[in-house]
Write a protein that binds this ligand. Structure first.
Ligand SMILES: Cc1cc2nc3c(=O)[nH]c(=O)nc-3n(C[C@H](O)[C@H](O)[C@H](O)COP(=O)(O)OP(=O)(O)OC[C@H]3O[C@@H](n4cnc5c(N)ncnc54)[C@H](O)[C@@H]3O)c2cc1C
Length: 417
């Protein structure tokens, strides 16, 4: 039996950053995944380190928007009715938590994490030699109509208290900042605080490689083989046998299924699926200068090392179901009308699973019923953004440091009380 101080389950951006921060504190850490680091949802996101998304993604409350979604033809959200019925209790709680009052609670809870997101990525990138993956370019929210652009500008006034940095670009300035963008675009808001990652999978792998180089262990094991023997956490799999007094669950979308096995039920959790596909440039010169987001259609076009990545909004469908083309096809048409895209690079789209709690905040902290069981999951739309800061927060909690924010806000007991 190989003994460690801590086992971290899941080598996505959240697990890798947690393992690194524990290692910085002198812990002997074993990082476990069934695949190579960064091959889960952390592989394929839009690459935004979203310092400007201070208001969490919430359930729309305007009747006109709900009606439009009910027809199931919108580009930003698609659903299978059968899955929607299955997650109806979660949807109801999500809707409740999206009231103005509750949304403000979630916003305030998340703010210290969001505010530190870029700083903590920069720290890890410098330490691990991964700075070339992160670009200080911000991203642009683009608008097709005067009406939507004016509404977005009006909304900026409500965000003033967050002191975010942005440029408002009219049609001509947008053309200058993003060459080749369609002249039909009315304008954009260029968010300047965020940074972008040009290869999210590469970044997670670079963080993980540094962890291994510094003496951390990475093993390909099935986390579901974990047992608790008299307070010691053990995994026996693939000829390996590892144990530790502490274990961290950072299994992304699989975290709640794992916790069910240890008697933690009624966690209001659902998966929002999302896709990406890459396109070639139409010619050598036609590069996309910045990541651009069409908020109405819910997609992002991001310049990645692999090509121009198109990521979609939300799909509510059985997590076991195969990838569907529907949503990619809906947004591809709009994306091509905004920016010239060449042929798709892959034969089928990549599919990822955003792990979402109904109150729009992750679970970070100790599990209430077991000694040495720690949790770091549920980062929803912002796991890439929050990986380093939530890894640091959890490592600090485990070593009894003064946390950067109240741990109660992220405790599992908010659901299990
Ligand atoms: C289309 C799309 C676009 C997105 N864009 C952004 C963005 O721009 N910015 C942003 O901040 N976030 C974005 N996100 C969200 C972000 O990608 C996720 O929140 C984040 O990747 C979650 O990280 P994680 O480490 O919790 O999960 P994962 O990356 O899924 O890691 C979980 C790990 O657990 C492992 N695992 C599962 N089961 C087992 C098992 N039985 N045994 C061993 N290992 C197991 C998996 O292999 C995986 O490596 C996007 C998501 C999608 C889908």
């Amino acid at each position: 039996m190989e003994k460690f101080d801590v086992i971290v389950l899941g080598a996505g951006i959240v697990g890798v950053c947690t393992a690194l921060h524990l290692q910085f504190k002198g812990y002997n850490v074993c990082l476990v995944d069934k695949k190579d680091p960064g091959q889960g949802t952390s592989y394929g996101n839009a690459g935004l380190i979203e310092r400007s998304s201070v208001i969490p993604y919430h359930f729309p409350r305007e009747f006109s928007r709900l009606l439009a979604y009910a027809l199931n033809r919108q580009p930003d959200v698609r659903f299978d009715w059968t899955y929607l019925l299955k997650i109806a209790p979660w949807l109801f709680r999500f809707w409740q938590q999206s009231s103005q009052k509750n949304l403000e609670i979630a916003t305030q809870a998340m703010l210290p994490l969001i505010e530190n997101s870029v700083k903590e990525h920069d720290f890890l990138a410098a330490k691990t030699g991964a700075t070339s993956f992160i670009e200080p370019k911000g991203w642009l929210e683009i608008y097709h109509t005067e009406k939507a652009f004016n509404e977005a500008k009006k909304h900026l006034l409500t965000l003033q208290r967050f002191h975010l940095a942005y440029d408002i670009l009219d049609r001509q300035k947008l053309q200058e900042r993003v060459p080749f963008i369609s002249s039909a675009m009315i304008g954009a808001i260029h968010w300047l605080d965020p940074k972008t990652v040009n290869d999210p999978d590469g970044l997670t792998a670079a963080y993980a490689n540094y962890f291994i180089k510094q003496g951390g262990s990475f093993l390909k094991l099935d986390a579901f083989k974990t047992k608790n023997n008299d307070g010691t956490w053990q995994i026996e799999d693939q000829g390996h046998s590892v144990s530790a007094p502490d274990i961290v669950v950072a299994l992304g979308a699989q975290s709640v299924r794992f916790l069910n096995r240890f008697g933690y039920h009624h966690i209001p959790f659902a998966i929002k699926r999302g896709y990406h596909i890459h396109y070639r440039k139409v010619d050598q010169n036609t590069s996309l200068a910045h990541s651009i987001c069409d908020p109405v259609s819910g997609f992002v076009l991001a310049p990645m090392r692999q090509g121009i990545r198109l990521t979609t909004g939300i799909e509510f469908a059985n997590p076991e179901a195969p990838a569907y083309w529907t949503q990619i096809k809906r947004v591809e048409k709009i994306a091509k009308s905004i920016f010239p895209l060449g042929d798709p690079i892959e034969a089928r789209p990549w599919l990822g699973e955003r792990p979402c709690l109904s109150d729009m905040r992750p679970v970070i902290g100790k599990a209430p019923k077991h000694h040495g069981l720690w949790l770091n999951f549920g980062h929803a739309h912002h796991g890439l953004t929050l990986g380093p800061v939530s890894g640091k927060l959890l490592a600090g909690m485990m070593t009894g440091e003064q946390p950067l924010t109240s741990p109660n806000l992220f405790s599992l007991t908010r659901f299990t009380r």
